[in-house]
Design a protein around this ligand. Structure first.
Ligand SMILES: *Cc1c(COP(=O)(O)O)cnc(C)c1O
Length: 453
């Protein structure tokens, strides 16, 4: 499979070089030359296949010839030690994407990317130094994904005092091949510092440098997997990760979920990497007919779907802060594959305010006994709005739950009471923070990086 830059169709590279370089030299994003198709046999059994088998079949055509089957199989087994259970809540399905080590969907992409990097660099003597800027969620997932991967060192930059106590421990508590730098400044400062360091010649002489931000194609492709799993199971009317219709305890079974085709999947969106992966899964043959792009008040894409005009803007702060994006970087990738008309036919846009988000967390906890995190609540409420407007076709509805509610306990607990923490988060809370603080100054960053090379 070859990949081209969204800014120049004639410049193609293989998977290894698209993944390891991240961004194309012309500043564009890498997209696959064509979207492969599932075989008829795979397509028709998505509803009953094991999650890792779906992962293998989904990723294989994108890395073919570069990561052979046995190696890919090992990568998939070690990356996806958790799955994405589909459960029935009230009138719809929820696909829970938060069972990985950092309790957000970014674990799927980050863990695959880390293992793919390691394989693609086998036999390489020079260590690779990865620099990541994070506003919170990405840094933890990438750090955890690369923990213990030989020959790769990760440095995460985060804005000091502006990430949650849990996020800071996920970023700065791992040690080993992961180091953390707390920058006295904003997320934008962190990003600026990373960009400057990546193009610093003396530094490039000392180590191979790369970044692992969310536009990396090797993070996006593995995210298509849970779309195919969710659509396949919702289509078949199944609820449990193993295909058994075992109800989750503690839920009030008030309404039977809508079943059958066409399946509509709702994606709480910020940078639109997740939704783009869904579009790939649909093109590959997953039985999904319609997507809901649910945003908070940062509604650049819903507005574009309405008007045909793309207006990037400054992001506004909300309680679903992993989606506070005013200029979604993956929009460029979506437009490389789909025109406005095509997007409008497949994607329903909707935006949800903070008050509506809180009201929804409270209401669904009371009515269904299910606790949504603020991002997933944006998806739930967005779906409600579109249902009220009669815009959703008949058939099953699935909502992606992108984070565990305990990750955003400061928003959720005042509404629902105490939320129990998954073990991985409880363990993370016990870690000691080990970060070096620097000012938002490039030379200070370079000096700090030298000390650890
Ligand atoms: C990153 C993130 C999102 C947004 O995903 P995009 O791929 O950027 O659209 C939504 N919810 C949570 C919890 C996230 O961490």
């Amino acid at each position: 499979m070859y990949y081209y830059s969204t800014r120049n169709k004639n410049e193609t590279v293989n998977f290894a070089s698209a993944a390891l370089s991240g961004l194309a030299p012309d500043g564009g994003l890498f997209v696959p030359e064509e979207i492969p198709q599932y075989s008829e046999q795979v397509r028709s059994s998505l509803g009953s296949m094991d999650f890792r088998d779906i992962a293998f079949e989904t990723i294989k055509p994108y890395v073919k010839d570069e990561i052979p089957g046995n190696a890919l199989s090992e990568i998939v087994q070690s990356a996806f030690t958790f799955t994405a259970p589909l459960i029935a809540v009230a009138d719809r399905y929820v696909s829970e994407l938060f069972h990985g080590p950092t309790a957000a969907f970014k674990d799927f992409g980050a863990r695959f990317m880390a293992r793919a990097f390691s394989y693609l660099r086998r036999g390489e003597d020079r260590p690779l130094r990865i620099l990541v800027a994070t506003s919170g969620d990405t840094g933890g997932a990438v750090a955890d994904g690369f923990l213990g991967v030989e020959g790769i060192f990760v440095t995460v930059l985060y804005p000091k005092g502006r990430v949650s106590p849990l996020q800071e421990r996920q970023i700065a508590g791992l040690g080993n091949n992961i180091s953390a730098i707390a920058v006295e400044g904003s997320f934008d400062d962190c990003q600026r510092l990373v960009k400057a360091a990546l193009s610093n010649d003396p530094l490039k002489k000392r180590a191979a440098l790369s970044s692992a931000n969310s536009i990396n194609i090797s993070r996006l492709i593995p995210q298509a997997v849970y779309y195919s799993a969710a659509a396949g199971r919702a289509f078949a009317g199944l609820t449990d990760p193993d295909g058994n219709a075992t109800p989750r305890t503690g839920l009030k079974a008030c309404i039977t979920p809508r079943r059958g085709s066409p399946v509509t999947l709702c994606v709480p969106s910020g940078n639109f990497g997740n939704l783009t992966a869904g579009l790939y899964a649909m093109k590959m043959g997953a039985p999904v007919n319609q997507f809901i792009a649910a945003t908070n008040i940062n509604k650049t894409v819903p507005d574009y779907l309405d008007s045909g005009e793309y207006l990037a803007r400054i992001s506004q702060t909300t309680i679903s802060n992993a989606m506070d994006v005013g200029a979604p970087s993956n929009f460029e990738r979506m437009s490389a594959h789909f025109s406005w008309d095509e997007m409008r036919r497949i994607i329903l846009g909707v935006s949800v305010s903070d008050d509506e988000t809180k009201e929804t967390i409270l209401r669904i906890a009371r009515e269904a006994g299910y606790i949504l995190d603020p991002h997933s609540a944006v998806g739930w409420k967005g779906t409600d709005k579109l249902l009220a407007e009669n815009k959703i076709k008949e058939g099953a509805i699935g909502i992606f739950s992108t984070a565990h509610p305990a990750k955003f306990s400061e928003v959720v607990e005042p509404l629902t009471g105490p939320v129990s923490m998954p073990d991985s988060l409880a363990r993370a809370m016990e870690r000691e923070i080990n970060a070096k603080t620097i000012s938002a100054d490039v030379s200070e960053l370079i000096e700090t990086l030298y000390e650890t090379m």
